[in-house]
Design a protein around this ligand. Structure first.
Ligand code: DNO
Length: 360
């Protein structure tokens, strides 16, 4: 297992590589080219420049997150072929640069969604949180505007300004696309891309929908065991793999994370693990409330020891990272990516891993 940390790239991430290098046990960072719109091919010179900068800090660049899928592919529009070609070109570039895993998602319009970027917890730390009542029945335009106004100047992944401009057009287009169409469009994409990923030595690792249910009437399909099962069967290849995100899937109490790790990890289909905790509760009106908790088991609803034990038992040899750090110790930065808290998370998970290894 290799422990990695997400890094948004020079100028886009307030955390310097010098600091990341000082976190014990981190082998590499997981970058992206934040300024490239979804669908644009990633130029070799920029990828290599990013790699040498990362390598110069004794860190590896073997995983990239996210190479975003253009909306025309998800919608199945005739223009999708051009974007599929671009995606394949990007995979070739990344493969040549030594990247082994590409994390992507197939969520319509948005990436992860929260209703608060800085909910204050009892200990004074702040974190991302979700209140179902603030999403259910709310106009997505209004929601997006209030979200942007609260993001502290950072464009959140999947919430890039150029996409928000065309929001109503996008929503209109998705009226024609239900879950089955979305599955068909995902199959079309993977059938074209996976053989090329194989040639490039890359494993495509889909990130589950976060939260794992439909929002604003948009279809969402990678939400639990059945969706993951269907995904891996779309193209039977180790390159058609998963990013198993414990926190995304764990927002739904029906998802048994250690069982999912054993099942899909046992099939060799987990290329990338996002291991984080989430604290969920059901409100009196039946709506869901959750927040991204500290990594410790006692801080949230997930048993992190059992999750790590499942990875250990299946002999997981892929990449693993902590996720969604709270803001602690006065840190300011990208919502969801507090560096101190992710570092605590990495150390905690590595501690569990060492204990599992030595008690075997
Ligand atoms: C959240 C991240 C996701 C992920 C994308 C992959 O913190 O795990 O934003 O990077 O869904 O495309």
């Amino acid at each position: 297992m290799k422990m990695v940390l997400r890094w948004f790239g020079q100028g886009f991430d307030p955390v310097p590589l010098e600091y990341i290098r000082q976190v014990p046990g981190i082998s590499g960072v997981v970058p992206m080219l934040c300024d490239l719109p979804a669908g644009e091919p990633w130029p070799m010179d920029r990828v290599l420049a990013m790699k040498s900068q990362i390598n110069a800090h004794d860190l590896e660049m073997e995983v990239v997150e996210s190479v975003n899928v253009h909306e025309d592919i998800k919608l199945g529009l005739p223009s999708r072929d051009r974007y599929v070609e671009n995606y394949i070109a990007t995979l070739k570039v990344l493969g040549e640069a030594g990247v082994r895993v590409v994390c992507y998602n197939f969520m319509p319009v948005f990436d992860w969604i929260r209703t608060e970027l800085a909910r204050v917890l009892d200990d004074g730390s702040t974190t991302l949180a979700y209140k179902g009542v603030l999403v259910d029945g709310v106009d997505p335009q209004d929601f997006a505007k209030s979200f942007q106004a609260n993001s502290g100047g950072f464009a959140l992944p999947g919430w890039e300004p150029e996409r928000l401009v065309s929001l109503s057009k996008l929503f209109a287009a998705y009226r024609e696309v239900g879950e089955e169409e979305l599955w068909r469009n995902l199959a079309y994409f993977l059938e074209a891309v996976i053989p090329e990923a194989e040639k490039a030595g890359i494993r495509m690792a889909i990130h589950p929908d976060d939260p794992p249910w439909s929002l604003f009437g948009l279809p969402r399909i990678i939400t639990g065991e059945r969706g993951l099962e269907r995904l891996v069967s779309l193209v039977d290849s180790p390159s058609n793999a998963l990013t198993l995100c414990s926190g995304s899937l764990g927002a739904d109490a029906d998802n048994d994370i250690p069982a999912l790790v054993r099942r899909f990890g046992g099939m060799g289909r987990i290329a990338f693990a996002h291991v984080r905790n989430v604290k969920r509760r059901r409100e009196k009106d039946g709506s869901i409330d959750f927040y991204d908790a500290a990594h410790f088991s006692t801080a949230g609803s997930l048993d992190m020891y059992e999750i790590m034990r499942a990875y250990k038992d299946i002999g997981f040899g892929g990449y693993l990272r902590p996720d969604h750090g709270r803001m602690i110790w006065g840190e300011t930065g990208r919502p969801g990516y507090g560096f101190y808290d992710r570092s605590l998370g990495a150390s905690y998970l590595l501690g569990i891993w060492e204990a599992l290894e030595k008690s075997k």
